[in-house]
Design a protein. Structure first.
Length: 258
């Protein structure tokens, strides 16, 4: 089970994941940056810019203890709910960064990836950090390992969205899938991730069978809607419904983990 003592398994893949993303982006042709993605408002470049914005936001508010950018948006939008504030913050950033060249965006992603990895490699995973709703209701604070796990899941989702826009399928290579499964298992009712011991190589979360490695990765990286998940996984009805609600992709908004 994922906790402060085992979060190093997540930290260890942050640099390889970013290296894989940067390497893929460097291979893109000029026209591919404008490809549509599963985030209706963001093309491929927009999703990449969103990842950079996440890096800079977490470094500013977590490492440097700057004011959370959502609080600044909240001043402008009094009474707005959390999702509205988050979407507004993300949309403004992505719009503002469209002038960046692809080359500069890649360089900044490489730098910010190294900075965030270095920070997470040295932070106390048991220290109090910002609230992380992914693991339940933490109104005031969460242990820092929650933020690290959430950040990997966020990166895994967006990396896979970019890959799917390029028709390359989700990021399902080892160890990215195993770590993603571990984080998802901790967030999804605290179940154990299932190692693919069945003859067909299926992966599972607790009692819910997700399918083969590619299907499992697609499900957990928001590649399927809730309705699609219900049609392809098997298990107890209540658990299947809970997974569909947890992992199902909304079709009218960018995907950002809380």
């Amino acid at each position: 089970m994922l906790d402060a003592t085992s979060i190093s398994t997540v930290v260890d893949v942050l640099r390889p994941e970013r290296d894989a993303l940067v390497g893929m982006l460097r291979e893109l042709g000029a026209g591919e940056w404008a490809l549509s993605t599963e985030c209706p408002s963001y093309n491929l470049k927009g999703v990449a810019a969103h990842v950079l914005g996440d890096d800079l936001s977490l470094l500013s508010r977590q490492r440097d203890e700057a004011e959370n950018g959502l609080l600044q948006v909240a001043v402008e939008l009094p009474g707005a709910d959390f999702r509205t504030l988050l979407d507004t913050f993300n949309d403004r950033w992505v719009h503002a960064t469209q002038f960046l060249s692809a080359e500069l965006l890649i360089e900044l992603l490489e730098l910010a990836g190294a900075w965030t990895a270095a920070y997470y490699e040295n932070v106390d995973p048991d220290a109090d950090g910002e609230p992380v709703g992914l693991f339940g209701d933490h109104a005031m604070s969460s242990p820092f390992w929650h933020a690290i796990a959430r950040e990997y899941l966020e990166r895994w989702v967006h990396h896979s969205q970019i890959r799917r826009a390029l028709e390359r399928g989700p990021l399902d290579d080892q160890p990215f899938l195993e770590v993603g499964m571990t984080v998802a298992a901790a967030a999804f009712a605290g179940v154990e991730p299932g190692i693919p011991t069945r003859p067909d190589g299926s992966w599972s979360l607790g009692t819910v069978v997700l399918g083969d490695r590619t299907q499992a990765a697609n499900i957990l990286t928001k590649g399927l809607t809730s309705t699609q998940i219900l049609s392809v996984v098997t298990g107890p009805p209540d658990a299947v419904a809970a997974l569909a609600a947890f992992a199902g992709r909304t079709v009218d908004a960018p995907t950002t983990t809380p």
